[in-house]
Write a protein that binds this ligand. Structure first.
Ligand SMILES: [Zn+2]
Length: 284
């Protein structure tokens, strides 16, 4: 990365801005994503449905009322204020850090992540190391053009917390003290699930943790649940299928080949809010 990076701002659907950095890497252009314009916490995300949810997808109906905390407080967003439109602050953005669709297609993305553990016990102490090992594993999202780096200045945050705290971070999504979610710039992982997976999980806790990280960070990079779950002949679950609320196919913590292909042709979204209604893929 010897070339001086070019810095640019991309206006979002909500009139806010996502600051990105373009850096030349061996002839290929990588876009570094270090912040989203989402209110850092108390915001919104995509959730794994809790068990016995009637549907297999998270409820992402646009919220018509705006939380009082919608006004961004992060100073980082002000650096790109020149792109801000006259959108009223009372309007909830359709997606937090959504760029113009297509902006990121055919570009590699470097996603900067802050990790924060709000729990402290022996079974969670390796949280950051385990999560990063998952995100940098060759079986993960890397082949789709994503690189993940630890950067504690980034707004994009992966939090491990007890269920009640996850519920708070995920609102307006309902995680019911059981599930985890992605909500704008925040990925909130349920520490009880991290410790012990689920009652019907059919593999190791390690594999569940890989699923949890790959799935929720998959939402962070703009991926949604498939249109159907585990069609006939599918050997195992797609990683973007919700697997916390009950398994249909065998549990799986890595993207299937078609999910990698899908992620390579992804919509241009980082840190979407629950109201974002992006495309859902079909099994090939
Ligand atoms: Zn999900």
């Amino acid at each position: 990365m010897g070339a001086a990076p070019l810095r640019r701002s991309v206006a979002t659907a909500g009139g806010l801005a996502l600051v990105i950095t373009l850096a030349a890497c061996g002839g290929r252009q990588a876009t570094e994503v270090t912040t989203s314009s989402a209110p850092p916490l108390n915001a919104t995300v995509t959730t794994d449905p809790p068990p016995v949810a009637a549907t297999t997808t998270a409820t992402m109906a646009p919220t018509t009322t705006t939380p009082a905390s919608t006004t961004p407080t992060a100073a980082t967003t002000t650096t790109a204020a020149t792109t801000t439109t006259a959108a009223p602050t009372t309007t909830l953005p359709s997606a937090t850090a959504v760029t113009t669709p297509g902006d990121y297609v055919d570009q590699d993305l470097v996603i900067h992540l802050t990790f924060r553990s709000e729990v402290d016990d022996v079974s969670t102490e390796q949280f950051e190391a385990i999560a990063m090992a998952t995100l940098t594993d060759a079986r993960g999202w890397g082949p789709a053009g994503f690189t993940f780096v630890v950067d504690n200045t980034s707004d994009l945050t992966v939090v491990l917390a007890e269920p009640g705290r996850v519920d708070e971070l995920c609102l307006p999504l309902e995680t019911k003290s059981y599930a985890s979610c992605q909500n704008g710039a925040v990925v909130a992982l349920n520490a009880v699930r991290w410790r012990s997976a689920t009652s019907d999980w059919d593999s190791t806790v390690d594999e569940y943790r890989r699923y949890l990280v790959t799935h929720e960070v998959g939402h962070l990079i703009g991926l949604r649940h498939p249109q159907e779950r585990c069609p006939a002949g599918a050997p195992k679950s797609a990683v973007m299928e919700p697997q916390t609320g009950g398994l249909v196919c065998p549990g799986n913590g890595w993207p299937l080949k078609w999910e990698i292909d899908w992620a390579m042709n992804r919509p241009a979204v980082v840190g979407p809010l629950p109201s974002w209604d992006g495309p859902r893929p079909e099994w090939p």
